[in-house]
Design a protein around this ligand. Sequence first.
Ligand code: 3HC
Length: 292
Amino acid sequence: MEIRKVGVLGCGLMGSGIVEVAAIAGFEVVVREVDEALLDAGRARVRASLDRAVAKGKLAAADRDAATARIGFTMDLAALADRDLVIEAVVEDLDTKRELFKALDGLCARHTLLATNTSSLTVVEIAAATQRPDRVLGLHFFNPVPVMKLVEVVRTLATSEETFATGMAFARALGKEPVATKDTSGFVVNLLLVPYLLDAIRAAERGVASIPDIDRGMVLGCDHPMGPLTLCDFVGNDTLCRIAEILYAEYRESRYAPPPLLKRLVAMGRLGRKAGRGFYDYSADPPVALSL
Ligand code: 3HC
């Protein structure tokens, strides 16, 4: 099946990245947000990222303008009705996603494929809210979307072969490298990454080393691009906590349980880079580790 028209639900960190890479790859994109303020913020995020790509010499100014012209911004869910593929990238909450998929199922053309960018829920639970579970799949992107090469393409028990093949081809058309995964919570990356991040928080909690030294250990010792506590702040401590709760509820294994320190940071609003404070204070340059 050929994908030309793409819809994106949510223009936050992940949604805006998906919009950007799809528009650059030549797809006609419509992105929907729930209110004017979020839509404006999403538009500004896409614009800033495209400008950054031009400033870095990765994208010609004319290609930025062409990509921008391919993006439509809306608050109307019905504007996604004629899409070939809709990718949902809203908050990690099963009821919210199921409601949206049910509404999309009623609105969208019969051929429309529905994808979720969920990071930890099972796709089939979302697909079950529709009458088209054979045309529902997972397309899990990584932050920052314009940079990270991977897309996990998730096939549920109900996903048809054609839907799955189209998802794989779409990821490649974006210039990404797809990895096929089963529909198990966390897929490949978060199944392995989340316990590692939670262990780093436990190490900080136990005072194994300072925050910068835990990070330096993994950057210098394993050549990771950023240390685990910096990565927690990058992903968002609230997002990480939510993912951990979902994985823990699914597997009942203690390695997925959110550590008390993570919960306390979230309660204090130390959500990470987006909040200006997490394990580090981002008002300083370079960021300074905060006390725990
Ligand atoms: N948008 C576009 N490009 C960006 C970018 C962004 N938001 N952030 C960085 N870049 C580009 C830069 O332009 C630069 O490109 P260049 O080398 O061609 O000039 C390159 O990425 C490196 O950026 P910087 O030099 O500014 O900074 P760093 O070298 O520190 O790299 C990083 C930043 C790419 C974020 C790197 O630190 C990294 O790869 N970190 C790990 C990220 C990661 O693990 N992501 C996965 C998170 S888990 C997830 O998303 C799953 C979810 O379900 C939780």
